[in-house]
Design a protein around this ligand. Sequence first.
Ligand SMILES: Cc1ncc(COP(=O)(O)O)c(C=O)c1O
Length: 386
Amino acid sequence: MIYLDNAASTQIHEDVLNSMLPFMREQYGNPSSIHRHGRLARKAIEKARKQVASLINADPKEIFFTSGGTESNNLALNGLAMKYQDGRIITSSIEHDAILQPCKKLSSLGFNVVYVPVNHFGTVDLEELQNCISEDTRLVSIMFGNNEVGTIQPISKIAKICRDNNIPFHTDAVQATGKIAIDVKDLGLDLLSISSHKINGPKGVGALYVKKTLDLDPLILGGGQEHGLRSGTENVANIVGFGKACEIAEKNLLNNVSYLEDLKNSLVENVLKKIPKVTLNGDPIQRLPNNAHFTFLGINGEDLIIKLDEYGIAASTGSACSVNTQKASHVLESMSFSHEQITGSLRLTVGIFNTSEEIIETADILSKVVKELRSVSPYKEKYSFS
Ligand SMILES: Cc1ncc(COP(=O)(O)O)c(C=O)c1O
C-alpha cells in the first residue's frame, strides 16, 4: 500500500501510541478526582497542554482541549457569536464544512455571514476582506492552509486587518499545524483550531487556542472542565497522545517540512513530466508542503481513485471529512474551475512515513492509469488522446 491521503488522516506515530497505552490500562483515573489516580491523570493532561501550546507558541492557559478540528471550529464561531444577538461574521468561500455549516446555522439565527471570494489560486482577496468589514463585525474566520488545494492564506496580513479594526480573528489551522511554523503571538492570532489526527496523533481530539483577552461562551455545559469552556470528563489517553504528537511535530518541524517538500516536489515534477494535459492546482509557491492537487483533463477523478486503489495507492479528490462526495467541490468552484476541471481533479498528500521510492512508483502507476482511462474517455477526440 502507498498511502497518499495524509490530509484526510495520518498514521499514528509509534511513540504517540506508546504514550497513550498506560492511560487506557492502569492509569484510568478521572482527572477531576482528588486521589492519586486522579492527580496522575490531571498531571498528564497539563503536560499535554504545555506540549500543544509550545508547538504554536501559546500560553498553556490559552489551550482548550476538544474532540477535534470540527468542534474547535464550532466552539470558536458559536462561542464568540453567542456573546451577541446579531452582527456580521466574515469568512471565506473555500472553508472546510466545519466552518461553513456552523456559519449557515448562525445565518439562520440572524447573523449576517459574508463570504470573501478567492482568486484562481485559492487566495483570499484582501481588498475584498477590507471592504466587507463593518461596524458590527463580530469575527473573521479564514483558514490557514486549504485542505483540498493546499493554498496558504496571507494570515499575518489578515490578522493585521482584523487588529486594525478591533475584530477577533480565528483561523482553522487543522491542515497547516505541524507543516508550517506557527507562532500565534508573532502572527497576532486570537483563535486557532488544531486537530490531532492530521499530525500523527489519535483521532477524536484537538484543541482551540483562545487568546487570554478573549472570552467565549461554551458549547457544551456540564461539570465545568477546561475552565468551564468544554465540559465532560477529559479523554485522557487521546489528550496525552495529542500532546506527544505535538512534541514530536515541534522537534522535527524543520526536517519534516523539507522532507515533505522534497517528496511533493518530486511527485509534481514526475507527474507533469510523465503525463500530458495535467495542471497543478492551488498556489504554486504559497502552498502546504505536503499537498499536490492536479487536474487530469478528460477523466473522472473518482474513476482515477478507484483504479489507483486497485494498485494499492490511497488518493482522494478533496475533502474526506465531508460525507457528501457527490457534491462538486465548493473550493474549486470558488476558484472558477470549469465543471470538467473539477471532475478531473485528484489530491495526493504526502506524509512523514512516505518514501521517495513510493513517489516514483506512484507517478509511474498514475501515468499508466491515466492513459488507460483516457483511452475510453468521451473527450478522447476533443483532446486527441491516443
Ligand atoms: C481544514 C479542516 N478543518 C477541519 C477539519 C475537521 O477536523 P476533525 O477531523 O479533527 O474534526 C478538517 C478535516 O479534514 C480539515 O481539513
